[in-house]
Design a protein around this ligand. Structure first.
Ligand code: BDR
Ligand code: CA
Length: 310
């Protein structure tokens, strides 16, 4: 059994990532942290509670995390995820409240409970993880693996020419996390913009019976409207579920490279950019390299994602 903490800002693709995890009998979702990002943190925490009920994990603790980045003012994404973060779809109100601990406190407590056994999936701005590092600087050795959806290493960004949303939403936090020494897989736009839910996949989801598929398809209708404008045909990026798959189904990764990655904090045009040191011998004082995923078994991923919603 894998023990996973999920830090997220649901968020339509975050929702699909939660579905992917929830469908797996071999996965214990030990806790979910909510962070601002696609919507405000009160909305993302509330959505996490609703989604865990929808996807059949009503007992997973949900903790409210950061409402804003460490330094800059927050910026939300209602044009991508809807004003409520779920494409305007109203799920039934949750039957419970978030826990009293903050997301960072919950993460640290869970990591200390089973050193070397907790995996972390971070699919929102990295503020909660940066705060957790402040509480427990030893976190990277308490956690088995961290998979981050974020960055644009050798491709354009999505919120600016060079920056991806999760990193750009809190560059200082992302820089702290990428430099902390985690065993870290980076699932960046390099792979997520090439591994998309096709029109056929979206159509097939509509034929899947049951509430999970029906609701998820409603969220994705909103999300696909936005992405149609990006791709020029009806398909959408599946950033966060792909990161979940990289954690749960490591064999899906067909290509990757290791490099130290830093976050640009001061560039006038490039703040929030992920800068990989691709020299064969990065500088002596460099940080631990992260694994940047550049290839995945796309068909199998799409099949697994659909199966998770059946
Ligand atoms: C990331 O930003 C968010 O809008 C998505 O949920 C995903 O985590 C993609 O850049
Ligand atoms: Ca997200």
């Amino acid at each position: 059994t894998m023990r996973v903490f999920v830090d997220c800002d649901p968020g339509i693709d975050d929702a699909v990532a939660l579905a992917y995890l929830a469908a797996r009998p071999d996965v214990e979702i030990a806790g979910v942290g909510a962070v601002f990002g696609n919507s405000g943190v009160d909305a993302t925490a509330d959505n996490a509670l609703r989604l865990l009920e929808l996807y059949g994990r009503p007992d997973v603790p949900v903790a409210v995390g950061a409402a804003r980045p460490l330094v800059q003012p927050p910026r939300l994404a209602p044009h991508v995820h809807g004003g409520n973060g779920l494409g305007g779809v109203e799920l039934p109100a949750p039957s419970r409240e978030p826990v009293a601990e903050s997301a960072a406190e919950l993460l640290v407590r869970l990591a200390r409970q089973s050193p070397g056994e907790l995996d972390v999936l971070a699919v929102g701005p990295l503020t909660n993880l940066a705060i957790a590092l402040g509480l427990e600087p030893n976190l990277p050795s308490l956690v088995r693996k961290l998979v981050v959806m974020g960055g644009a290493v050798q491709v354009p960004g999505n919120v600016s020419s060079h920056a991806e949303a999760n990193i750009a939403n809190d560059p200082e936090a992302a820089e702290a996390v990428l430099g902390a020494g985690f065993d870290l897989d980076l699932v960046a736009l390099d792979i997520t913009m090439r591994t998309v839910a096709t029109t056929a996949w979206l159509d097939e989801l509509k034929t899947v019976p049951g509430e999970r598929a029906r609701r998820t398809s409603q969220f994705l209708d909103f999300y696909a409207d936005f992405y149609t404008g990006i791709f020029g045909s009806r398909q959408c990026a599946m950033h966060d579920p792909l990161a979940a798959a990289v954690l749960l189904d490591a064999h899906l990764v067909t290509a990757s490279f290791d490099a130290p990655v830093r976050v640009e904090l001061s560039g006038g045009l490039t703040r929030g950019m992920t800068v990989a040191d691709l020299r064969p011998r990065p500088g002596q004082d460099e940080r631990r390299p992260v694994r940047v995923v550049t290839g995945v078994a796309e068909e199998e991923f799409l099949t697994r994602m659909l199966d998770a919603l059946r």
